[in-house]
Design a protein around this ligand. Structure first.
Ligand code: GSH
Length: 281
């Protein structure tokens, strides 16, 4: 370790727009809208404004799982919010999520349209609305909630910590990479131990906790995240986590949910009907 380039913080931090790194152009220290822009509204009661990142995939998987169970009321329009272009700072989007992050949901089936933001809050909202993927037994429900909240608290160490410094920062720095690799591997080890004794995250039932956790840790395990960080993380050693990643990934609803709000062959930038998937097969 060398401290020759040590940063000495000024007395008062000021906004340096040239700080570099991926996302530098969209990060800002001020909340709220930067421009006027209405959101489109499609034909279904549920309008999702999102992107096919792990946080976005949680919700499209849930909606596809609900549809697979026959809940016609879970039909949805999914609109792509390009966070690289700053769509999350449009006035319409900020009206649905004042925190300017995907995913955000509007439910037009309620007397007054209901806005829902934060991915886990959306999962809970949909789980309660349709009575699915949340255990009825109080002890099982509590265990499920614990893992759901664990995911919300843990993801920033993986994405904003490990992923950012390993893959997106303008240059590699040993200290933050060490710090967040340590934490990311600790989380993977924790999940591995939990999944050694349980088929699903919260026990024997597939729940919204699985839907919240899977998109994040499947990417670490199968190499999809952070320029194939699986090797660096030695992800193969977490055998129970790998088993669960594979099992969940085989579900048809998960396969469909992963294809929504993304560009590229086989993916849907927008999704307005179940038949949309056939059009890009
Ligand atoms: N805790 C939030 C995190 C959402 C989040 O970080 N979304 C990212 C994409 S995965 C985003 O919209 N970033 C845009 C920005 O920060 O401006 C959730 O779970 O919904």
């Amino acid at each position: 370790m060398t401290d020759s380039n040590e940063y000495v913080p000024p007395k008062v931090w000021t906004w340096d727009k040239e700080s570099g790194g991926r996302f530098a152009n969209i990060n800002r220290p001020i909340s709220g809208a930067t421009h006027e822009k209405e959101l489109p509204v499609g034909k279904h009661p549920l309008q999702l404004y999102s992107l096919g990142t792990p946080n976005g995939v949680k919700v499209t998987v849930m909606l596809e799982e609900l549809l697979a169970l026959g809940h016609a009321g879970a039909e949805y329009d999914a609109w792509l919010i390009n966070i690289g272009e700053g769509d999350q700072f449009g006035s319409g989007f900020v009206g649905v999520n004042p925190n300017s992050k995907i995913p955000a949901l509007m439910d037009h089936s309620t007397a007054e349209p209901t806005r829902v933001f934060e991915s886990a809050s959306i999962l809970l909202y949909l789980g309660e609305k349709f009575g699915e993927f949340i255990p009825n037994d109080p002890a099982k429900r509590t265990e499920m909630m614990s893992w759901l909240f664990w995911q919300v608290g843990s993801a920033p160490y993986v994405g904003g910590g490990f992923g950012h410094f390993y893959a997106y920062a303008p240059y590699k720095m040993e200290y933050p990479i060490n710090r967040f690799t340590m934490e990311t591997k600790r989380q993977m080890d924790l999940l591995d131990k939990q999944l050694a004794d349980n088929r699903f995250i919260a026990g024997d039932e597939y729940t919204i906790a699985d839907m919240a956790i899977w998109p994040w840790y499947s990417g670490l395990v199968n190499g999809a995240s952070y320029n194939n960080a699986a090797e660096f993380l030695d992800a193969g050693i977490y055998t129970h986590l790998n088993r669960w990643v594979e099992e969940i990934g085989e579900r048809e609803a998960v396969k469909r949910g992963r294809r929504v709000n993304r560009g590229g062959d086989g993916y849907l930038r927008e999704r307005h009907d179940a038949s949309d998937f056939d059009s890009v097969e």
